[in-house]
Design a protein around this ligand. Structure first.
Ligand code: EPU
Length: 422
């Protein structure tokens, strides 16, 4: 196991930091390579452990997988329908194997995802969608066992759940429907940029998908998909994390490069509302930090609203900003594991149900803290850079699931941190 020692102090970041390819785009896109026997080439796959788990699953299913410098080549000529429990249980996103396996083989056995620290994460909408297409679904012995007695048949399916749309549920249905007979219409679809990226890749493979990025996606089934080459979009959550790093710890300003600013509007708005200056220029965003950061109100929601995956990091900024801030998470109402750790560092924050009330500005001091999930860990790294003294972040594997070399990238722009084996 590893830990990260962050030495905090006055704001010191400067220069340019590059953003990697999107983790949450790469995972379903890699799963989609199973939809064809031909070779697929996926570029800018980040070197993060979730992507590595996905590659291990593909290869254990029988695909040939090669990886070098962020480029992944997959040939899934002959594959099995049984996913390996040992790897699947480590990563919830492996539920998105169901759609491609069912479409390609007419059957799938996928281990049920285990508990998740960010709260209850049901898969009822995924299963509802596959049943609507004509699959028989049994949940037994910790596995989802899916069988397609006849062909999958397209129809109109409403995927709106009690918390809004579902990203991986939309992905699963879109992938399954590419090879179904007839037309599938997804109402209440997720409109996240990662859904558009997957649809773009599927269309390159020969699928007929329109409307991705809106609440209504139409998929006209085709009989076969072929190999394709695709470059995944920049990771908007990694980019957002660096925007917040700049607002918290830039000496004056920091450039975040290789980004899609149009994917980050809600995050940029909050950073501006806190008093920092954001300048977009092509694929680059410059954040100029103010010394008089103000509190703000945020509420997470489906894209294009404020992303739940940026909630913890933005809370770290609000903790050192002046005034009362409120942070509401409507997507994952239990996703507040970072609060007790930030409190250990001096944050003044109280939780009321799905809301955190932050009283700033707090002056933070370094402390030993525990990373609980991916984004919570990122929030602790950010807070650590502004805390007095050393912050020791344990269970670093959480952050390596979704941030490519975050320590190296931040050290490259002037942060002081060191990874140590425990
Ligand atoms: N939901 C249901 N039933 C379902 C599926 C989802 O009720 O069958 C609920 C969830 O409990 C939640 C809401 O719907 O309240 C949205 O969940 P969604 O299905 O959209 O989440 P996901 O697709 O499993 C992806 C990201 C998450 C991100 C969420 C929300 C990937 C691999 N994961 O998960 O990313 O938080 O969308 O935007 O794309 C992360 O990267 O740190 C992360 C957790």
């Amino acid at each position: 196991m590893e830990k990260l020692i962050v030495t905090g102090g006055p704001p010191s970041l400067k220069g340019t930091i590059n953003v990697s390819g999107s983790k949450n785009s790469s995972l379903p896109i890699l799963a989609a390579t199973l939809l064809t026997k031909d070779q697929c080439v996926i570029r800018r796959v980040p070197d993060v452990s979730d992507a590595n788990y996905m590659l291990q699953i593909l290869s254990q299913l029988g695909a040939d997988v090669e990886r070098a410098s962020g480029n992944v080549i997959v040939s899934a000529e002959k594959i099995s329908h049984q996913t390996p429990y040992d790897i699947v249980r480590k990563m919830r996103a492996s539920v998105c194997m169901m759609g491609p396996l069912v479409a390609r083989l007419g059957k799938a056995e996928v281990s049920l995802p285990g508990g998740c620290v960010i709260g209850d994460r049901p898969i009822d909408l995924h299963l509802h969608a596959l049943k609507e297409l004509g699959a028989k679904v049994d949940v037994t012995g910790g596995y989802v066992i899916i069988d397609v007695p006849k062909d999958l048949e397209g129809k109109e399916i409403n995927l709106r759940g009690k918390f809004g749309s579902t990203v991986l549920g939309t992905d699963n249905l879109m992938m399954a429907a590419t090879l179904a007979k007839g037309t599938t219409i997804i109402e209440g679809a997720a409109a996240e940029p990662e859904v558009i990226d997957l649809a773009d890749f599927l269309n390159k493979m020969g699928a007929k998908i329109t409307g991705a990025g809106t609440r209504r996606i139409e998929i006209e089934g085709v009989s076969e998909l072929h190999g394709a080459e695709h470059t995944v979009i920049p990771d908007r959550i990694e980019a957002g994390t660096f925007l917040v790093a700049a607002a918290m710890a830039a000496e004056k300003s920091l450039n975040i490069n290789r980004v899609r600013a149009d994917h980050l509007k809600a995050v940029i708005e909050v950073i501006e509302a806190s008093g920092h200056v954001v300048t977009v220029s092509g694929e680059s965003i410059e954040v100029t930090r103010t010394n008089n950061s103000r509190g703000a109100k945020i509420q997470t929601g489906p894209y294009p609203e404020f992303p739940t995956d940026m909630q913890a990091q933005m809370t770290a900024l609000l903790v050192i900003s002046d005034g009362i801030s409120t942070v509401v998470d409507t997507i994952f109402p239990e996703r507040f594991m970072h609060l007790p750790e930030l409190q250990r560092m001096g944050a003044v924050v109280e939780r009321q149900g799905n809301t955190a009330i932050v009283e700033g500005p707090a002056s933070l001091t370094g402390a030993p803290v525990m990373a609980s999930d991916l984004r919570a860990s990122a929030a602790l790294v950010l807070a650590g850079m502004r805390a007095k003294g050393e912050t020791e972040i344990n269970r670093l594997y959480h952050i390596d699931r979704g941030y490519e070399h975050i320590d190296e990238k931040l050290i490259g722009v002037g942060a002081r941190m060191e990874r140590k084996r425990v």
